[in-house]
Design a protein around this ligand. Structure first.
Ligand code: HEM
Length: 140
């Protein structure tokens, strides 16, 4: 089980690396002047590749967590695990929204400013903080 937990932590950290960096690219995309097509295309290419990578990394991160929970029964019926799963659902919704925002940028229809994306970029920090505190401290 320790191998599963170790790999779970590695893939969770890798998944979140993508969730931390993708909105950063959106901050830069929101700042690109309308006539800088080369810059815009370069950032869109980076975002597409990173989103594909982040999608891939979410699968083992979640799969290994489910294996610990359902396979080994760790946290089954515990309040901290239910709260952690709620944070995971919020993280998945955030990940999905990152995909939708990229499609808005690709269509050239983004109306949000860079300040909005800077605040949006802070959310995964909060999700990770709460999930790690719940699973390590197991407060209830
Ligand atoms: C479907 C999603 C997930 C499930 C079912 C899940 C389940 C689990 C379980 C059962 C453990 C073992 C806890 C223990 O041995 O005490 C664990 C460990 C851990 N999980 Fe998750 N997890 C999920 C997603 C996440 C996410 C999104 C994060 C961070 C943002 C995370 C961070 C951790 C950490 C840091 C540990 C190690 C805790 C320790 O060793 O005390 N997990 N996870």
């Amino acid at each position: 089980m320790l191998w599963v937990k170790a790999l779970h932590i590695v893939f969770v950290a890798s998944w979140f690396a993508g969730l931390f960096y993708l909105p950063r690219i959106y901050v830069n995309l929101a700042l690109v002047p309308a006539d800088s097509h080369a810059e815009r295309e370069r950032l869109l290419l980076m975002a597409r590749k990173l989103l594909r990578f982040t999608n891939l990394l979410a699968v083992p991160a979640l799969g290994l967590g489910l294996w610990l929970w359902l396979g080994y029964g760790v946290g089954r019926g515990s309040g901290w695990m239910h709260a952690k799963l709620a944070v995971v659902l919020l993280t998945l919704a955030y990940h999905h929204q990152c995909g939708r925002l990229l499609r808005v940028f690709e269509r050239g229809e983004n109306l949000r400013g860079h300040i909005w994306f800077r605040w949006f970029n802070e959310l995964p920090v909060l999700f990770m903080l709460v999930a790690v505190v719940l699973v390590v401290l197991k407060p209830w």
